[in-house]
Design a protein around this ligand. Structure first.
Ligand code: NAP
Length: 354
């Protein structure tokens, strides 16, 4: 019989594995499989949307076992196994089919994918659950985005040491180095859509494609949304394939609702300063990628400007992404900070709905 302490230890292993994934339309999830002596014999994690879920990854790493052998195994997972047919099949069904005897999970799934625990029980699997603050914190912003029925939102800034995105005369190419730009392009390749303000389009006429380090195009190219009222020129670099639109609004919630209606699960706010600030001001930045170049410009536009903050106690607090080991990364001469808003404390340190 596996003890509560052993389950807790296994959950730490699952949490560590979860951190190897990428944030976005799907939550970070980690899983591990224990034998009857509570030894970890397989771990799995979810890399991101379109990739196998953590439970399936762990089952694959475990390899083929007879149902009889699997009956003595316990799967420990940071989030309740899903029960819906998305891009991948329901995990609860795969676990039951593999013959796993016991499933222990930390955070109850409150989304459309819920019901996995009930399915497992109905299939004869023993299911246990113990709320765990770290497992909830792992995806606190993803849960918030789900509760608000909107995509997960990444905000990107590229700035000088003094927090500027351009010089006083408006020149801004290139503050950050090649390695940063290559990284920013890999970010573009992971999102469903990029949002920019009319200011950026009129100043830079960017293509907003996702390019590989070799300069080729990534297989997936994000949709482009331009927010703002001003009339744009007929010929726009970002209009190259027709997959773009302009939203004549300053209401960031309207932008987000439109993106949701288009079926998008992950948005990247690329700037400029006005648009990025509006998203941060509205508490719609679920994560922040801050590319920091070792240059002092001494003037120009601040990367973020929040009119609502007039004194230090109103400042917005972020922390390095707690789940990911490379939340501080050297990129050539630059440093990339991967940040998230501080979790809002909840009564019992677990999912607010539990
Ligand atoms: N370093 C970087 O990471 C980076 C990234 C992007 C851009 N940039 C630089 O940023 C500069 C442009 O800055 P920017 O602040 O003008 O660009 P912006 O944020 O792209 O555009 C601002 C404009 O967007 C419209 N808009 C959309 N939503 C809005 C909202 N919620 N609140 C207010 N206005 C909204 C307004 O124009 P309307 O009058 O049309 O409504 C506003 O003037 C350029 O020099 C560009 O090179 C730097």
């Amino acid at each position: 019989m596996i003890t509560a302490e052993q389950l807790k230890g296994a959950l730490r292993t699952a949490l560590e594995a979860a951190g190897r994934g990428r944030r976005g339309a799907n939550p970070l999830v980690g899983a591990c499989i224990l034998d009857a002596e509570a030894r970890v014999i397989a771990t799995g994690f979810h890399l991101g949307a379109g990739h196998p879920h953590a439970e399936i990854d762990a089952l694959r790493r475990l390899g083929l076992l007879s149902r009889q052998a699997a009956a003595g195994l316990t799967m420990v997972v940071t989030l309740e196994p899903c029960n819906h047919q998305g891009r991948t099949g329901p995990c609860s069904q795969a676990i039951a089919e593999a013959g796993i005897g016991h499933v222990h999970y930390a955070v109850r799934d409150e989304t459309a994918a819920s019901g996995g625990a009930d399915y497992l029980r109905s299939a004869g699997v023993t299911v246990s659950h113990a709320a765990d603050a770290a497992s909830w914190e792992l995806n606190h912003r993803w849960f918030k985005a789900q509760a608000e029925n909107r995509p997960f939102i990444t905000v990107k800034t590229a700035q000088s040491l003094d927090g500027r995105i351009n010089a006083p005369d408006g020149t801004s190419q290139w503050i950050t180095c090649d390695a940063s730009r290559i990284h920013a392009h890999s970010l573009r390749a992971q999102v469903d859509a990029i949002v920019v303000g009319t200011g950026t389009v009129l100043a830079d006429d960017p293509r907003l494609t996702a390019r590989t380090a070799a300069g080729g195009l990534h297989e997936h190219q994000p949709y482009r949304i331009v927010a703002g009222h001003r009339q744009l020129p007929e010929q726009l670099a970002l209009a190259y394939d027709g997959n773009w639109e302009q939203l004549r609004t300053h209401d960031v919630f309207e932008v987000v609702a439109r993106a949701r209606d288009l079926g998008f699960g992950h948005l990247l706010i690329e700037g400029g300063a006005t648009l990025a600030s509006a998203f941060i001001e509205a508490d719609l930045a679920d994560e922040l990628y801050c590319y920091q170049a070792p240059v002092i410009i001494g003037g120009g536009t601040a990367s973020v400007n929040l009119p609502s903050v007039t004194t230090l106690s109103q400042a917005r607090n972020f922390r390095l992404d707690a789940a990911q080991n490379d939340a501080v990364k050297r990129l050539g001469v630059d440093v990339l900070l991967h940040l998230e808003p501080l979790p809002v404390p909840v009564a019992n340190g677990s999912h607010p709905k539990e």
